[in-house]
Write a new protein. Structure first.
Lengths: 518, 290, 320
């Protein structure tokens, strides 16, 4: 179940983690990841990185991190108990072992050779503090949904923590690998600088301006190759690309698929991370016109996935089938026919819904990546199918609070999640906080719990495939494509490896990359 | 520096009347032709568009000019010519109305404030200063949150953003004139405020005011794309000319016509308007006379 | 002596009324915070803003206090010299503003230093030789320049001077400045882009005001007395045109604080414009209020200075 590896039973996975050992394999594996480049990593050098998003809301508080810039910084300064690998499986990090007999009561043994940047030894109290604080509303944690599963977190010994869940969940090691659960020192409330156990120390940090990190020579794993990392944001897409082209920076994220040609021509490298993230069409089923299933189906037939992939994403995307499980996931349902782009069927459903010739508003905004462009293509298709889509572009400002999941027809944006269970639980269960379309299905909820408790891999796959079919057929969410994340870097930067968690190696690049000419 | 004024005799505004017949000059003609061209495009352009303004018609993006797409294609593979023909209508229409609105309201209050003086002047100055001091981002967000997005709201917002500037300039110009002897004479004659503003002050400040109007028109054309970007503006698939430049800016590295032609369109439109203004009677004083 | 007293009184009245304006602006901006909808708790939680999480965070941040109380505590704090802490990252507002304000003032100052003299000289020259080819060229070019969108000018400049020619850095970091040539390299493109935006207005208004003044009867008198064209412009027309020119310059320069967001973003130059955008996006009330006060006061300083210059230049205005 962890990371969806079908060949290993749940019991085995728990024991595998308990065996430890793997922890030393991961950094080694990533360190030697010059698959295409046999030359050994070079030590030292200063890397300048420009990300796409930075403001006074930048944070060094792991609980609050929300954008790529935060992920990169927190990965430099902190570690989690586990980390997620290239298959979204949990690997041990600060934990030496994690084990449980019933998937409810978990025992976490900590490494004893870990020190914070201020010299203090890592103890169970730090872990208890770091995990407990997510329940406090004043912290404003982004992982509160996950933390609500923790019934009790107790220090049993200086190097041992016991986590009791409110219900069995064998995915706990994966959950603990989510960025927000990174470990900070007991009692930390001031995040104007970072005191973690991570591969870099914080030398300078101004929110909305920049950060400078230096190598942590006392790192508990092999210290990173880079000597220093300067990280700042250039929000303007073209300015970011130009800074890379001119050599002012060596690595940028979130590049537009349209400029890959220009970058390649200039001798720069494009770095694609295929992830399960997507921008989805959201039709509220509890409001007009979405309460009519024919309207919802008709809208799904309007999604011209091939043209979207070509025109908007220049083929840096995978076709999706109106459910959130990408083809790269072992639980993907290959027997579910791909929903075609079919104007006749769309027209048929609109007629049945009595909406032929009607005008329906559709809300787009910049935070729902490329929703403008997707809506424009849908609008052209809709006109041919006898429906007028009236695009209402709204400000990025306050989009999630004011428009998302509130307007009858709009768009959302979902980052890749490490397991099928997590994405179903967060986005499709009847009482999920982000049940975008307001889809309620008792059977779906039952299946979700069944799968969580089932130890038979074959049966669980069958359940997950059935759940994909249900979402595909009934939910008010249309998922046209899984979008790749694109970064670009100068050829002197080596060691980048795609991770399913997102661009810039899920934010963890700094520990693993090096500069060839440092 | 005061001697110049002390020797100025009390004189009616007739002093500023033209002394020689205007000659029709080349720049005025060019301006007139350009502006007429854009007015015609705004009027009938959308009907001439060879392609649907929102339809993806090219498999590639940022294509160069070709027979099928005379001005190339945009960032999604849409026909730029068709998009520009519709964009011109929005830009010309909205910018003209909004600028006229901002200029007339601002000038009216500016001239009145300078002529009346006293606490009314003070009050108006404070009011417009407050308006200008509200960050326009905040102002736009408040407008969107409370009034939603539509073309009339867009025009009103732009007009409000540029009214205080027009007010400031008009008042500064009028203050100088209002202190002149002939205005004092008119006052002692017992003329009303309306008469003084209309007949004594306005004719003497119309030149700089028109110059200011021309510039304000340029700023409004450019502001349109900024507001569209925020969500207060022309809604997709339509766009104004500035938004066409903005959404295709990634094509700059390819030298794509998709970014160049809309920019050229804005330049010709705004230069044309200013050339016409410069050659209006009373506009750009001194251009063709003396 | 009497004159000085009169001027002092006039300045005092204007300063007092400027302060009144600032108070009014602070109230309006505070109200706008609410009219925009949303609050800082929702901004912090973003996509994870479930109703109970928002409610909990609001309580923890004392956002459930009545609005007027929050306004008054900010106002009294500001008067005492401490506008409080940012709600979003808990840092003192003054610490956040300090370095960015000096960045913004530096950029604005350099831009003014370059553009104002150029604009005045070109504007006066165009007025002196009005109707000539020189005059027409200046007029055409200045309108042409201002009609190109700012982001296009800046992006194009970077593409040419940083990416293709490698003469200048694509990003403007004040940390890299250790010599005059470094200063020029860092500020060349931002100052150029900003000057393109503001210079046309100053040129045109200067020209228009001078030409207008040239048409007045007293200049006619001077002309009849046989004064040369340059002398007429500088000695007789210019003094009477100073008021409107000062107003136009003040209005143009007032854009240089809050209106330079495009340049700050493209050149990654941390100034107060981006700070304001951040603060508005996160509904960080104390920060929004304080930065708004900075914008407002810089605007008022400029226009009040212009007013006073106009009055000093034209003695008839002193009695109003």
């Amino acid at each position: 179940m962890i990371g969806g590896v079908p060949s290993v039973s749940r019991r085995d996975v728990v024991r595998l983690l308990a065996a430890g050992g793997v922890a030393t394999v991961l950094p080694g594996a990533l360190a030697g990841c010059g698959v295409s480049d046999p030359r050994p990593p070079v030590k030292g050098g200063r890397l300048r990185v420009a990300t796409n998003n930075s403001s006074t809301a930048d944070t060094l508080d792991p609980a609050k991190q929300a954008v790529a810039t935060d992920y990169c910084r927190c990965h430099m300064f902190y570690n989690g108990l586990t980390s997620l690998d290239e298959h979204s499986r949990a690997q041990l990090a600060l934990a030496e072992s994690i084990e449980s007999r019933d998937a409810t009561v978990w025992t976490v043994k900590l490494r004893r050779d870990v020190r914070f940047h201020d010299g203090k030894k890592l103890t169970a109290d730090d872990v208890v503090y770091s995990l407990r604080r997510h329940a406090d509303p004043a912290v404003g944690s982004k992982a509160r949904v996950f933390a609500s599963q923790f019934a009790e977190i107790r220090a049993m010994a200086p190097d041992e923590v016991r986590i009791t869940l409110i219900a069995p969940n064998a995915d706990l090691p994966v959950i603990l690998g989510i960025n927000n659960f990174q470990i900070i020192r007991d009692g930390t409330t001031d995040f104007t600088t970072a005191n973690g156990t991570g591969p870099f120390r914080c030398k300078e940090y101004t929110p909305g301006v920049r950060s400078v990190s230096v190598r942590n020579e006392d790192y508990w794993r092999r210290p990173p190759h880079l000597g220093e990392v300067e990280l700042f944001a250039i929000a303007d897409e073209n300015a970011r690309v130009n800074a890379l082209l001119s050599g002012d920076v060596d690595l940028i994220n979130a590049i537009n698929p349209r400029i890959t040609k220009q970058l390649r021509r200039a001798g720069l490298e494009i770095f694609e991370s295929k992830s399960g993230g997507f921008t989805d069409l959201v039709i509220r089923l509890d409001q007009a016109p979405g309460h009519n299933p024919d309207f919802v189906l008709g809208m799904k037939y309007l999604l011209d996935r091939a043209t979207m992939r070509n025109a908007i994403f220049r083929d840096y995307a995978m076709l999706a089938n109106d459910h959130p499980i990408p083809p790269t996931n072992p639980y993907f349902n290959p027997d579910l026919p791909q929903r075609p782009y079919d104007l006749d069927r769309a027209r048929f459903h609109f007629r049945r819904a009595g909406l032929l010739g009607a005008t329906v508003p559709i809300v787009t905004a910049p935070p729902a990546e490329k929703s403008d462009d997707i809506a424009v293509l849908m609008q052209a298709s809709a006109r041919k199918a006898g429906l007028n889509l009236d695009i209402r572009r709204v400000p990025a400002d306050g989009y999630w609070a004011n428009h998302w999941m509130k307007v009858p027809v709009g768009f959302g944006n979902v980052n890749a999640r490490p397991t099928a269970d997590i994405i179903f639980t967060q986005f499709f269960k009847s009482d999920a906080p982000w049940n975008e379309s307001g889809w309620k299905n008792e059977r779906f909820d039952r299946l979700l719990l069944e799968a969580r408790a089932d130890r038979d891999e074959g049966r669980r796959r069958a359940i997950y495939q059935e759940m994909q079919r249900m979402i595909h057929a009934q939910s008010g969410v249309g998922i046209p494509l899984f979008i790749s994340t694109l970064d670009a870097h100068s050829p002197r930067l080596k060691g980048m490896r795609p991770m399913p968690q997102g661009g810039l190696m899920g934010g963890a690049f700094a520990e693993h990359v090096w500069l060839e000419d440092a | 520096m005061t001697d110049a004024q002390s020797i100025a005799p009390a004189e009616a505004p007739a002093a500023k009347r033209q002394r020689r017949p205007r000659r029709i000059n080349l720049s005025g003609a060019i301006g007139l032709v350009t502006v007429s061209f854009w007015l015609v495009v705004a009027a009938i352009g959308p009907a001439l568009a060879p392609h649907d303004v929102g339809a993806v018609v090219d498999l590639d993006v940022f294509s160069p000019a070709s027979a099928a797409f005379p001005l190339g294609t945009d960032y999604l593979g849409r026909d730029i010519l068709s998009r520009m023909l519709t964009a011109a209508r929005y830009t010309v229409f909205i910018a003209l109305v909004a600028t006229l609105l901002a200029a007339s309201v601002g000038v009216l209050f500016g001239l009145a404030a300078a002529t009346v003086g006293g606490w009314i002047d003070m009050l108006l100055v404070r009011l417009f200063d407050t308006l200008i001091a509200i960050p326009s981002l905040m102002f736009s967000l408040v407008v969107i949150a409370s009034l939603g997005s539509s073309i009339p709201v867009l025009i009103g917002t732009i007009a409000l953003i540029y009214t205080p500037g027009a007010f400031r300039i008009a008042r500064a110009l009028a203050l100088n004139v209002a202190a002149m002897d002939f205005v004092q004479v008119a006052r002692t004659r017992g003329e009303g405020i309306g008469y003084i503003v209309r007949c004594e002050i306005l004719p003497n400040v119309i030149g700089p005011l028109l110059a200011d109007f021309g510039l304000r028109f340029v700023f409004v054309v450019l502001l349109l794309s900024g507001l569209s970007f925020l969500g207060l503006g022309v809604q997709p698939p339509y766009a104004d000319l500035g938004s066409l430049v903005r959404e295709n800016i990634a094509g700059l590295g390819y030298g794509a016509p998709a970014v160049l032609f809309p920019a050229i369109a804005i330049a010709t439109l705004t230069i044309g308007v200013n050339l016409v203004i410069d050659n209006l009677p009373g506009g750009r004083p001194g251009a063709g006379r003396r | 002596m009497m004159l000085n007293l009169q001027i002092a009184r006039m300045i005092a009245v204007r300063v007092a009324s400027a302060l009144a304006t600032m108070l009014l602006v602070s109230i309006v901006v505070f109200a706008a915070n609410f009219l925009m909808g949303g609050d800082v708790a929702e901004a912090i939680l973003g996509q994870s803003a479930t109703p109970e999480a928002v409610a909990g965070l609001r309580r923890a941040m004392n956002l459930d206090q009545p609005a007027y109380q929050r306004y008054l505590s900010w106002l009294f704090g500001l008067l005492a010299g401490d506008p409080g802490n940012s709600l979003i990252n808990n840092m003192p507002v003054l610490d956040l503003i300090g370095p960015r304000l000096s960045n913004s003032l530096l950029l604005a100052g350099l831009t003014a230093l370059v553009s104002v003299p150029v604009a005045l000289v070109l504007g006066i020259a165009a007025a002196t030789w009005r109707g000539s080819a020189f005059d027409r060229t200046i007029s055409l070019v200045s309108i042409g320049i201002v009609s190109v969108p700012e982001f296009l000018v800046a992006t194009l400049a970077v593409l040419v001077f940083a990416v293709m020619l490698h003469w200048l850095p694509a990003l403007s970091s004040t940390r890299d400045i250790d010599s005059l040539s470094a200063l020029l390299r860092v500020f060349a493109m931002p100052v150029l882009s900003l000057s393109c935006v503001i210079i046309a207005q100053m040129i045109r208004m200067t020209r228009a005001a001078v030409v207008d003044a040239l048409a007045s009867s007293y200049v006619e008198t001077a002309r009849l007395k046989g004064a040369g064209p340059v002398r007429i412009v500088l000695r007789h027309a210019l003094p009477n045109a100073i008021g409107p020119i000062a107003s136009a310059v003040a209005l143009s320069l007032s854009v240089l604080m809050g209106g330079v967001i495009v340049v700050e973003i493209i050149f990654n130059y941390p100034g107060v414009a981006k700070l304001m955008v951040d603060a508005v996006a996160t509904r960080d009330m104390p920060l929004v209020q304080t930065v708004a006060m900075i914008f407002c006061s810089s605007y008022l300083v400029l226009v009040t200075t212009a007013d006073i210059i106009a009055i000093l230049a034209n003695p008839r205005l002193r009695h109003r």
